[in-house]
Design a protein around this ligand. Sequence first.
Ligand code: 13P
Ligand code: SF4
Length: 303
Amino acid sequence: MKSIQERIGELKEKKNAVILAHNYQLPEVQEVADFVGDSLGLSIAAQKTPADIIVFCGVYFMAETAKILSPHKKVLIPDPEAGCPMADMLPLEELRKLRARYPQARVLCYVNTHAAVKAECDLVCTSANAPQVVERGFAPGEDVIFVPDQYLAQYVASKLQRTFILFPGYCPVHVAITENHILEAKAQHPEALVLAHPECRPEVLRHADQVLSTEGMCRYVKTSPHRAFVVATEVGIIPRMEKENPGKRFFPAFSGAICENMKRTTLEKVLVSLEEEIHEVTLPQEVIEKARRAIERMLELSR
Ligand code: 13P
Ligand code: SF4
């Protein structure tokens, strides 16, 4: 009897499919993926792949981004209920209200947003390129509405010494990491460097040695001469870090930082969606075209 991994492998070949997985996915899902990365890397991989089918193991907005960048490919999401609560905090009507309140402002939206929201913004960014996109995409004094993550926006504002019009969105997983968690982890592992994701609260970021996207963290720990790290992000990234860096030690800042939505994707669901070609991501053509402009502009600016 063939293993589930073997069956997925055979189907991938037969259907010319590729599996893309986010760094927070379950280890066994990352294992069958052709590419594992952060939101930026996954967007680029989706844009470049010659495959006919993309099985996207992540949350819905990421699979939508893949569809926007590769509209002629079939994009499947193994569990269509895998949403992002931060993206859900900003329905399109809320963005329209903000636009009406600040008609002179341009809009920058974090990739963690629904496709319909991206379609009505000027530029997109991810955690990997936000400061660079702002510096290259907007003039210094320009009014910019930065949605939906207030903490990412505040981090970029402090780094670039500018202000944004904010929206009170946040990631429930990252805001659950507190300053006390970091102080305790530092006390327990004084030799460790602290890595934090920019979705964390400012009082957490204040203690970070490095503020990085998930892929930025994976790259950093490989080349760093340090041997121990406190990791302030979703804990699913740690098995990959351990596997790629034998002998180095990784401690979660808070072991309860788990994104349940990212864990909805199982190997069984990957197999079924690929076998039956179900849970296809579809979007109105107009949304695809408008959102693609903002995302492609981001990709140009972050080269
Ligand atoms: P990255 O793009 O850094 O992987 O972050 C995505 C995300 O959803 C973090 O919560
Ligand atoms: Fe959304 Fe937070 Fe989960 Fe990332 S970790 S997908 S921002 S809920």
